[in-house]
Design a protein around this ligand. Structure first.
Ligand SMILES: [Zn+2]
Length: 139
């Protein structure tokens, strides 16, 4: 429980090119507007493309969440843009089974929390409008 306290999880888009650990760290400092001494631990989960950024306290965490609004851009070397999900880590994974899910569902709200849904065979959807015919850059 304590391990993921005051930790931000940045979820990079799996469909985009991989980003090196060095570039990831650079991005954290620049985009999350954090200083070296504000981040005691950064943990990178390569296969899942998740980056866990542990912060000193909850105020810093709230600051980052407020600053990003839960989503932030990563600009690749060739100008491609990925949207990176920024959220509080360690709230725990919940798995549930839902029958008759419409194919366009990927982003729903449960009890006031934005919930991202993924499942086998899911069509790619736009972060902006949930449309299936384009991605966020073309929204
Ligand atoms: Zn769109």
């Amino acid at each position: 429980m304590g391990e993921r306290q005051n930790t931000i999880a940045c979820a990079f888009d799996l469909r985009r090119p991989r980003i090196s650990a060095y570039k990831t760290q650079e991005w954290i400092y620049a985009q999350l507007r954090l200083e070296d001494n504000e981040i005691p631990v950064v943990q990178i989960d390569g296969p899942k493309r998740h980056v866990y950024v542990k912060l000193l306290d909850n105020n810093r965490l709230q600051k980052v969440l407020h600053l990003t609004g839960g989503q932030i851009e990563y600009r690749h070397t060739h100008g491609e843009i990925s949207m990176v999900r920024v959220e509080t880590a360690g709230l725990g994974m919940r798995r549930l089974r839902i029958a008759t899910l419409p194919p366009e569902v990927s982003d729903i709200t449960i009890a006031g929390h934005r919930v991202l849904v993924s499942y086998e065979g899911q069509p790619m959807t736009c972060y902006g409008c949930n449309g299936t015919r384009h991605l966020y850059q073309a929204c």
